[in-house]
Design a protein around this ligand. Structure first.
Ligand SMILES: NC(=O)c1ccc[n+]([C@@H]2O[C@H](COP(=O)([O-])OP(=O)(O)OC[C@H]3O[C@@H](n4cnc5c(N)ncnc54)[C@H](OP(=O)(O)O)[C@@H]3O)[C@@H](O)[C@H]2O)c1
Length: 324
């Protein structure tokens, strides 16, 4: 299956990205009017490092009750202590969450719901990026990127939805990536079983999972409209985090060299905070944000047919709906 974007679109996205990235490097903090999240419950996945950790810290500084969902409890605890120290907040909770394991997701969601019947903001931030030439799998047998980045968050979000509906705030932010323009996602082969090779230097499974993140948000926003729950996709841009840590030494060195030109974590997390906090975007549910702006051009790739189809398949895969 070929890429969804045409060669013309790919060229456009490449040059547009380079330009937007350079502008971003020099831009000051954009103005925004933030809603008050004092005492609000904010769940952040992958809050032990990078963008998730920074987001958790910023939410804590604003008085939110922060729930950190982390699979590595050692680095999770270190991050929790650091966030407590920097924010001066004591309302930061840490629970184990492995998004590549549906049992762990269900147990995390049950704990969150027991402790906090109302969740106000969910930040689906965690993400894995491998660079293996062969597919790897989650405990439940899903391709690792699709299983963790998309299906893990799909299940978690659905398990927390009723509690989000009860909130007066109701926002769900899912971290996607502009890399999804290089996706060949195929709904009849979501786990890439039929793919001859993984493609684009083995990044295709990651790109496909990030495409799925955006399709999921589009459909989620549509389904949640009657309940006033808002959903947003964001791309942080090429941000200086450790996202490439699972790559082979050679590729990692190359990516680290590129990352020298990356944007700092604070800027990378800015769209997450915009969509999580700002009044300005309250009417923009379902949209894709990057560099603190609506990135409309990319949304042409996310068709209704695909977003509806992915939702139905995902429901069956995670066991929310029985296969017919
Ligand atoms: N940095 C960029 O340039 C960039 C660009 C586009 C999109 N993104 C997206 O931004 C998000 C945050 O990444 P980052 O850049 O901040 O990188 P990061 O520092 O590597 O953070 C990724 C987080 O995801 C967690 N994670 C991975 N697999 C998990 C699993 N199975 N269960 C629970 N947590 C898991 C990691 O936990 P461990 O520490 O246990 O591995 C880590 O906390 C990701 O979704 C990524 O795809 C990043």
């Amino acid at each position: 299956m070929g890429l969804h974007a045409t060669p013309y679109q790919l060229a456009y996205f490449l040059f547009e990205y380079i330009f937007a990235h350079i502008v971003e490097l020099f831009r000051g903090p954009p103005p925004r009017t933030e809603d008050n999240v004092d005492g609000k419950v904010v769940v952040v996945t992958g809050a032990n490092s990078g963008l998730g950790k920074y987001t958790a810290e910023e939410m804590a500084k604003r008085g939110a009750v922060v729930i950190m969902g982390c699979r590595n409890m050692t680095t999770g605890q270190e991050a929790q202590n650091e966030i407590k120290e920097k924010s001066g907040s004591n309302t930061i909770e840490l629970y184990s969450l492995d998004l590549s394991d549906m049992t762990s997701i269900r147990s995390f969601a049950a704990t969150v719901l027991k402790e906090h019947p109302v969740v106000d903001i969910l930040v689906n931030n965690a993400g894995i990026s491998l660079n293996d030439s062969t597919r790897t799998f989650t405990k439940d047998g899903f391709e690792m990127h699709m299983g963790t980045n998309h299906l893990g968050h799909f299940l978690l979000t659905n398990l927390l939805l009723e509690s989000l509906k009860k909130s007066s705030f109701k926002r769900i932010i899912t971290v996607s990536s502009t890399a999804c323009v290089m996706s060949n996602i195929d709904l009849s082969d979501l786990m890439m079983e039929k793919a001859q090779n993984l493609g684009l230097g083995n990044t295709m499974p990651y790109n496909n999972s990030k495409f799925a993140n955006a399709l999921f948000t589009k459909e989620l926003a549509k389904r949640m409209e009657p309940f006033n729950v808002k959903a947003y996709s964001v791309c942080p841009g090429l941000a200086k985090t450790d996202i490439f840590r699972h790559y082979s030494a050679g590729v990692r060195t190359l990516m680290n060299v590129m990352s020298v030109f990356g944007i700092p974590v604070e800027k990378g997390a800015d769209s997450i905070l915009l969509c999580g906090l700002a009044q300005e975007v309250s009417q923009d549910s379902g949209k894709f944000f990057r560099f603190s702006k609506h990135f409309a051009a990319i949304e042409k790739l996310f068709t209704d047919e695909m977003s509806e189809g992915l939702w139905e398949i995902s429901e069956k895969l995670v066991g929310l709906k029985k296969p017919q």
